[in-house]
Design a protein around this ligand. Structure first.
Ligand code: IMP
Length: 212
């Protein structure tokens, strides 16, 4: 069964495939997840609401394009002490800089905050469109603190400056195995794949009955 994920980010595609395996076990072998690189006009703003809206808009645009089950997500880093900055603007701020420089700039802002205000979380909203009139959205969060300097090279985006609660290293130091077990994306997509599970089971039973 082929489904689509609206993204141009190959790290995200790899993470979502891994989360499908963690959630569905052997059933994930029946699922082919393909990236769909679509320009979708996203809602601006850094409120948390935009994560939900943008995941919906991406999945809807993907479904309209493919006519097949399509997933869309929107995620970002939220720093409550900085009025939820960068939040829904996570992909757009300081875009002229490399990720290394962007993370250094955010670390420098955070270093000015007292220790107890260096808290942050990642939020992910993930939407699945199954038919023109059927969709569902799931959310996940990962809480932690921000590192005063970027560390590690195993992740992407803001991973080098985010230390998850209960750990002493950044996500970029901990690596994909730990990240996929605890991340905001993992929590949102695990719920999404649980929701899709009966449909995947039903479809794979039909295929084996037909002998395809
Ligand atoms: P989007 O969901 O692709 O729009 O991502 C929004 C922004 O948040 C991008 O700049 C990502 O790099 C960043 N972001 C989203 N998820 C993660 C993550 O798991 N780790 C680090 N950065 C992330």
């Amino acid at each position: 069964m082929r489904i689509y994920l609206v993204t141009g980010n190959r790290h995200k595609l790899e993470e979502v495939k891994e989360i499908a395996k963690i959630t569905l076990g052997k059933l994930a072998e029946k699922l082919e997840i393909e990236a769909l690189n679509l320009e979708v006009e996203e809602k601006p703003g850094h409120s948390i609401e935009v994560f939900f809206l943008n995941s919906y808009l991406k999945a809807k645009a993907g479904f309209e394009k493919t006519g097949s089950i399509t997933l869309g997500d929107d995620s970002g880093l939220v720093i409550p002490a900085l009025e939820n900055f960068p939040g829904g603007l996570s992909s757009r701020i300081l875009k002229e800089l490399s990720w290394e420089k962007r993370n250094e700039a955010i670390s420098a802002m955070v270093a000015k905050l007292p220790q107890h205000l260096r808290k942050a979380f990642f939020h992910c909203s993930a939407t699945v469109f199954i038919s023109k009139s059927e969709f569902a959205t799931f959310s996940g969060r990962l809480y932690g603190i921000l590192s005063p300097q970027p560390k590690g090279d195993k992740g992407f985006g803001y991973d080098p400056i985010f230390i998850p609660e209960g750990y002493e290293e950044t996500l970029a130091q901990l690596g994909p195995e730990v990240k996929n077990a605890i991340s905001h994306r993992s929590r949102a997509f695990q719920s999404l794949f649980e929701y899709l599970k009966p449909l995947i089971e039903c479809e794979s039973r039909e295929i084996s009955q037909r002998g395809d």
